[in-house]
Design a protein around this ligand. Sequence first.
Ligand SMILES: [Zn+2]
Length: 73
Amino acid sequence: MSAVNVNCPYCGEDVRIEQADDYAPEFHNCRACGRRFIAERRADGVAVMKEKEAPCLSNPECREIETSATCEE
Ligand SMILES: [Zn+2]
């Protein structure tokens, strides 16, 4: 784990987060506005996204759904 500072995509607050060493996106809660955002580690730093704006690949919940329900269409 390594700690990085990001800016909340909703209110711009400086938020310190613990980011896992792998590149999986994770949810974090802003301590200022309390809303949930996604932080995704990339080669050039950490990207933050609003939950609704994140592509499926960057949304931990969406990834779970896709991998656990592959044969149900
Ligand atoms: Zn915020």
